[in-house]
Design a protein around this ligand. Structure first.
Ligand code: NAP
Length: 296
C-alpha cells in the first residue's frame, strides 16, 4: 500500500457531489476489493474505501437538496475517481445522507456499509419473520452483527444471538433476548430449544457460518448470509446470499436512528492514511465490534 498525490477528480457529472473526506470506514470487505473479489467500478491502482463521511466542497449542475458545506456520509458505488481513502471522493448526490450533528466523524465514516447491510438483511427476512417472531443473528458481536440485533429489536423481533464472551454484554444491550457463546458446541441445540424447534429466520455474519446457521432454521424458514457459503437447498428454506447495495434514502433513515441513539456504533481504532494498511490488517483479523476508520 502506498500514499500517492492524486489529481483533483473534477469535473463532476451533473448529479454528483465532491466530498472532502474527514473519516472513511475500513472493513474486511476492503481486502476483498483489494484482491479483486468485489467489483466497485474502478480497478487498481486505486484508493480503497467504499464508505466515508465528509464535507461537500462542490456540486454538479443539476444537484438539488444538498449544497457546498453540508456534512454528509455515503456508500457511493460504483466508484468514480477514487475510493474513500482519498482526500476527495465523488458521490452521486442521491447516495449521500446528512451526518447527524451529534454523531462523530469517525462513526459517520464507518456507518454506511454495516448499517445498510444490516437493514437489507432485515428487509430480506421480513416476510418470513413477522413482528414477535424469532430471528437468529449468528455473529452478533461484530460491527455489522450489533446493528443487525439493534435493527431487529427495533422491528419488534425476538433475537437469539451468538457471540463470544467479550461480545455478550454489548449484544444484550443491543436488544438480544439470549446470547449463546459460539465456543460452546451446544449453542445450536440451545437455539433450537429456545425457539421451539427452529427459528423463523437466521442472519449469518460469521465467515463460514452459514452451513451451521441453517440448522437453526425451522422448515420453510429463511437464511440470509452476508459471508457467502450458502449450503445446498434443504427443507424448503429460502436461502439468500446478500451483498450490500447503495441506497441514499435508507442511509438517511438509518442515520436518523443513529442520531436519535436508537442505533449505535463504536469505533475501535483510527488510522492516519499512512497507516491504513494496519487498519486493513485489523479489519481482516476481526474488528470485534469496534469499527476501523481511516483519516485521510
Ligand atoms: N455481504 C456484504 O455485503 C457484507 C457487508 C458487511 C459485512 N460483511 C461481512 O460480514 C462479516 C461480519 O462483519 P462485521 O462488520 O460484523 O465484522 P467484525 O466486526 O470483524 O466482527 C466479526 C465478529 O465475528 C464474531 N465471530 C467470529 N467467529 C464466530 C463464530 N464462529 N460464531 C459467532 N461469531 C463469531 C466475533 O465475535 P466475538 O467478538 O463475539 O467473538 C467478531 O466480533 C465480515 O466477514 C464482513 O466481510 C458482508
Amino acid at each position: 500500500m502506498e500514499v500517492l498525490d492524486l489529481p483533483d477528480p473534477r469535473p463532476l457529472i451533473a448529479d454528483e457531489v465532491l466530498v472532502e473526506v474527514v473519516a472513511a470506514g475500513v472493513g474486511n470487505w476492503d481486502d476483498i476489493v483489494r484482491t479483486g473479489g468485489w467489483d466497485v467500478g474502478i480497478g487498481p491502482p486505486l484508493a480503497l474505501g467504499v464508505e466515508a463521511a465528509g464535507r461537500i466542497v462542490a456540486v454538479g449542475d443539476e444537484v438539488t437538496g444538498v449544497a457546498v458545506g453540508d456534512e454528509v456520509m455515503t456508500h457511493p458505488l460504483p466508484l468514480r475517481g477514487q475510493g474513500a481513502w482519498a482526500e476527495l471522493l465523488i458521490a452521486p448526490a442521491a447516495l449521500v445522507a446528512r451526518r447527524p450533528p451529534n454523531v462523530s466523524w469517525e462513526v459517520a465514516g464507518a456507518f454506511p456499509v454495516p448499517a445498510l447491510t444490516a437493514d437489507q438483511v432485515l428487509e430480506c427476512v421480513s416476510e418470513h419473520v413477522p413482528e414477535g417472531g424469532t430471528l437468529l443473528v449468528h455473529g452478533a458481536g461484530g460491527v455489522t452483527g450489533i446493528l443487525l440485533v439493534e435493527l431487529a429489536a427495533l422491528r419488534g423481533l425476538r433475537v437469539l444471538a451468538t457471540a463470544g464472551p467479550s461480545g455478550r454484554e454489548r449484544v444484550l444491550a443491543a436488544g438480544a433476548q439470549e446470547v449463546l457463546d459460539y465456543h460452546d458446541a451446544s449453542w445450536l441445540q440451545e437455539v433450537r430449544r429456545l425457539s421451539g424447534g427452529g427459528v423463523a429466520a437466521a442472519a449469518n455474519a460469521v465467515r463460514g457460518g452459514a452451513a451451521q446457521a441453517v440448522d437453526a432454521v425451522a422448515d420453510g424458514g429463511c437464511l440470509v448470509t452476508i459471508t457467502s457459503g450458502l449450503p445446498a437447498r434443504e427443507r424448503d428454506i429460502t436461502m439468500v446470499d446478500l451483498y450490500v447495495h447503495p441506497d441514499g434514502d435508507r442511509l438517511a433513515a438509518l442515520a436518523a436512528l443513529l442520531g436519535e441513539g436508537r442505533l449505535t456504533m463504536s469505533v475501535g481504532a483510527s488510522y492516519p492514511l499512512e497507516e491504513a494498511g494496519a487498519g486493513l490488517a485489523r479489519a481482516v483479523s476481526g474488528a470485534r465490534g469496534g469499527a476501523g476508520v481511516v483519516l485521510p
